[in-house]
Write a protein that binds this ligand. Sequence first.
Ligand SMILES: [Zn+2]
Length: 376
Amino acid sequence: MKGFASRCVKRLFLAGPIAALFLFNAASSWSQSSNYEFNDSHFHLTNNIQEGPGIREFVGMMGDKAGRVAVFGVPLQQEWSYRVDGDRAPSYYLHSDAPLYYYSFTDATIAMEYKSLTKEQQARFDPMITGFNPADMYAADHVRRVLETFPGVFTGIGEFAIHKEFVSAKIPGEVASLQNPALDRLLDFAGQVGLVVLIHNDIDVPFAKEGAEPAYLGEMKALFKRHRNATIIWAHTGLGRTVRPGKNHTTRIEEILKDPNFDHVYFDLAWDEVAKYFVGTPETTAAIGALIQRYPDRFLFGTDAVAPADQSKYLAVFNQYQPLWNSLDAKTSRKVRLENYQRIFDEGRRKVRNWESMHVPTLKSNMARETPISSN
Ligand SMILES: [Zn+2]
């Protein structure tokens, strides 16, 4: 019996990583062979009050349009303050003067939604950890705890925000900053693990004077330089609802793209508020299109859809970008819509699974329990 058990354990022990590798390769070749319109690097399954469609319902919205999706909740919960809003229950951060607060349970919700899927469906998602306060030195510990609690689930961290118009000022306590060592600790950890980082940081303050250096560009570059080990996606190319692209926006982005110190930095085109700039006039579409053509491996499409009610709402931003898709050559368009996602998130998955196999106590203790038996 002992010999049989030992052979079984040995076989399982070998089969684990090999099976995982096979599944990983199967998932990867699955996505390469399929003819989807896009992969979505930026998707919120839930809104500011943690409501949204179930993930299985959302798979129906992806349909044959979206192949893979980086999925996360929203880390900032809008408080319903009866003293401020009475019976008018707010569901969006702009709908109330009451504060926002970090709601870490969002990560557990996303993990449990993901775990409710079949293996084939899971292969279409890259869940992201968002439920931490980036001004807290313990933020990195939250990320580690989520990986330990839900091994095999997450690929990255984000979308989390440092400077964000209308949002940052609504969070009580210390305001997040690009110069805070807590953010460095977080990104150091992301780099060690291989977690893909999706960061929202406005490049400038709202309604800035044209021509002046954007308020946060220098600090953002310094942050990137301090974290060359991490794979970082700068959401929305730094733009926002009122943070408009100045005349030199594409030049400033290009300065990052052409500098080898920033070859770990990528940009997403997510959010209808950003699409409105890039397809606003034929000239702006031509300018961003030409930049993407020069650096075709560095841009990702994301919807930034938040808890969509149906497929047409989910696809709206992709359709809004039609003038941009028309302006790109077929190869570049395919990279931005599909292949850059695949490359970046495949690498993230592989690294995070590898880190988990070496650092997650439950996985490690399984190995430790197996080792003495198999050595008999
Ligand atoms: Zn954002």
